[in-house]
Every structure is written in C-alpha cells, then in structure tokens.
Write a protein that binds this ligand. Structure first.
Ligand code: PLP
Length: 387
C-alpha cells in the first residue's frame, strides 16, 4: 500500500460524514441498537461491533487501520499510553509459569514490568545482551514464550538482528515482540523481518507535537483479537477519541517530520564529533558506530535521538553543560517538535554516580524540528562552559 494513500485516505469514509476532509471525533461512550437480535450479536462478539468505546470507536478505528498498514500488519490496537501497549499484550499472551527473554536496559517502565509486575503472576525473565545472538539462544528455556526486543535502545542504541531473532524463535513457537518507538514505521519494518508484535509509544514520533500520550501494538489479526477480547477490555486502557484524532492529524506529516529530524541529527552529530569538549557519540547511523552495518541493513533511516559524553566527564561538568542550554529543553519524552536533552545523571542519586559506569556519563539529545544551526549555536555556547 502506498504511504500517501495510507496517510491521506485509508480508513476515511468521508461520505459517512458530510465529505469532511478531517474525520469527526465521535465523542460517545456507547452505541444504540434497533433490535434485540442486533444487540445480541454485538454483545456476543465485541471485536467486530460498535458497542462501547472501551472497545471499538469509529475515530479510533480510522487510526487503527492506518497504523496497521504503516507497519505492514493485519491489525492494530491503540492504547492510552505506550507502556500500556507493551504491558497489556504481554499480560494477554503469557501465563503463570511462563518465561521471557528480554534485552537488557529496555525502557524504564518495561524493566519495572518484568521485575515487579509480571513476577506477581509467576512470570519470570532473563535479561540478555541482545547484540549477541548466542546469549539469546542460551537464555531460552522449555517454558520460554516470549522474546522481547528494543532495537535500537533509546539511551545507548544497542541493536538486535531482528530477522535472526525471528528465525530462532519461530521454530520453537516463541512469540517475538519489539518496542519500535525509536525508528517508527517509516524507518523500521519488523513485521516484514518476521517479528510477531510491534509496540510503539505513539506519544513520540507518531503524535509528534508533545500534546498526546498514546500507544499502539500491531500484529496478526489472531494475536490482536486475543489481546482485545480479554486483557484489553478488562484492564480498560482505551485511548480517547480526541487523542485518536490528534494522532491521525500527526500522521499526516510523519514523513516530513521524520526526514527533517533525521537530517538534523546527521548535521548535529557530525558537528559534535569534531568538538573538543565532546568525547564519544552514540547514533546508529554515525560512521564508525559499533553496529553500523546491522543498522544500515535493517533500518531504512534513523531516529533523531543520540547520546554523547563529555571529555573528562563529571557530574559537575554534565550539570553545567545541561543547565547552560538556552533553547534545547530539559525534559523526558521525545518525538515532538522541540529538541530535548536528558542527562543520565538526572535519574541517578548524586551519591550513586559512578564515574566508571559508561551509562552514567551519557547525555541524551533528541533533535526536533528546529533549524540545525539554531541547535548547534545553543550547543556551542553551553559546551564553551565546560571546554
Ligand atoms: C516513551 C517510551 C515508552 C512509553 O511510552 P508512553 O507513551 O510514555 O507510555 C516505551 N518505550 C520507549 C522506547 C519510549 O521511549
């Protein structure tokens, strides 16, 4: 399916709503029936019926069609947050006593899911360095039901070879799932590489304007229906129709925004690389990146987030630099119009800072939609404070 068709037409039955170009926000909780017989059918199979907006809603379904098509998947479910799109499918697909192989250092709340929530249900996890296929193979047990990936990682950018992992999992009947928030659907197509479920924080690139919190998971019709029928309806993480509308609007400009910030990240990382105060830079498309070959093989482009370290790094230096930025904002999240910075030490108690821990020294920057020169000028004056 062509990208322009997906973003401008797919799912939009304009004849149903006065030929309006922009779809309506169907802000309703429930839907009526003209006969008991129709009502019974809907109650019997909510996956196929407009019954109640905790399940199906027309505005949300336009978004689902587009998101499924963008990933090359049969179906999609959208959630009120990205972490719900990770948590709810895993709760739906794993049973008590099951085991998961998980890449190390995934998104912070994904770690808490595997460390704190899932053990309550008797589900265990083994963390592996996912860049080493042998570690993944060795961690598989007889009760392993899930291999959970995040490629690239969104702080330290390790990749996993998605096709190779899918090839290990498939013959064993193990479900593979990836958090694809970093690349999004335009720069990485995990389903085509054999991955079963693709989760994303739609808060990031898909929404793109830092004004909505949402998540999506895509996969086969069978898996999506299984997730919907039990855990999705029971936990109730439905997105609001208004947020779905904001995401449909965000998608219209996704290719433009991705291209723009990808270009900006290229320019800014190249500039940082030659700066005397900067030590190393981590970005999958930077020449010399450890897994550059794999990145080029399985990614069609690169997200615009990268990390770097300062020479002779210290807590004081990192704080002076970050506090000195005038335009690049200090905040969590990313994927919006505004460039952001977050030093790893913001999440480390001052006394726990370990100068020998490479991860503690990382400063993560997300390049938004500003001019590259504008960002470079801001970085230049803040780096001068620590050079
Ligand atoms: C933000 C983020 C999430 C969680 O998404 P929310 O929309 O904040 O719930 C999950 N994974 C990654 C990689 C993220 O950056």
């Amino acid at each position: 399916m062509e990208l322009s068709y997906i973003l401008n037409e797919l799912g939009e039955e304009r004849g149903d709503y006065f030929n309006a170009v922009s779809p309506p926000i169907i802000q309703t909780s429930n839907f009526t029936f003209n006969s008991v017989s129709d009502f019974r059918v809907a109650l019997g199979e909510e996956f196929d019926a407009m019954l109640y907006s905790r399940g199906q809603n027309p505005t949300i379904n336009i978004l689902r069609k587009k998101l499924a098509a963008l990933d090359g998947a049969e179906d999609a479910l959208v959630f009120s947050s990205g972490i719900a799109a990770v948590t709810v499918p895993i709760l739906a697909l794993l049973q008590q006593g099951d085991h998961a192989v998980v890449v190390e250092n995934p998104y912070s709340w994904t770690i808490k899911l595997f460390n704190n929530l899932l053990p309550k249900f008797g589900i265990t996890a083994t963390y592996v360095d996912g860049s080493d296929l042998q570690q993944i193979k060795n961690a598989i047990q007889s009760n392993t039901k899930l291999i959970y990936l995040e490629s690239p990682n969104t702080f330290s950018y390790e990749l996993q070879d998605l096709k190779a992992v899918a090839d290990i999992a498939k013959p064993k009947g193990i479900i593979t799932m990836i958090d694809n928030s970093y690349c999004g659907p335009l720069y990485q197509q995990p389903i085509a590489l054999g991955i079963d479920l693709v989760a994303q924080s739609a808060t990031k690139y898909l929404g793109g304007h830092s004004d909505v919190v949402a998540g999506v998971v895509t996969g086969s019709h069978e898996l999506i229906k299984k997730i919907f029928n039990n855990e999705f309806l029971n936990i109730g993480p439905a997105l609001s129709p208004h947020s779905a509308w904001l995401l449909i609007r965000g998608l219209r400009t996704l290719p433009l925004r991705m291209q723009r910030s990808f270009e900006t990240a290229k320019i800014v990382t190249a500039w940082l690389q030659q700066h005397s105060a900067v030590d190393k830079i981590l970005w999958p498309f930077l020449p010399g990146f450890k897994q550059a070959e794999l990145a080029k093989k399985q990614m069609q482009g690169c997200g615009s987030m990268f990390s770097f370290t300062l020479k002779n790094s210290s807590v004081q230096k990192i704080e002076t630099f970050c506090d000195g930025l005038k335009h690049i904002l200090m905040a969590v999240s990313w994927g919006g119009h505004e460039s952001l910075i977050i030093p790893a030490i913001a999440g480390v108690a001052k006394n726990d800072y370990d100068p020998n821990n490479g991860r503690h020294q990382l400063i993560r920057m997300y390049a938004g939609l500003e001019d590259a020169d504008y960002l470079i000028k801001d970085l230049e004056q803040a780096l001068a404070l620590v050079d």
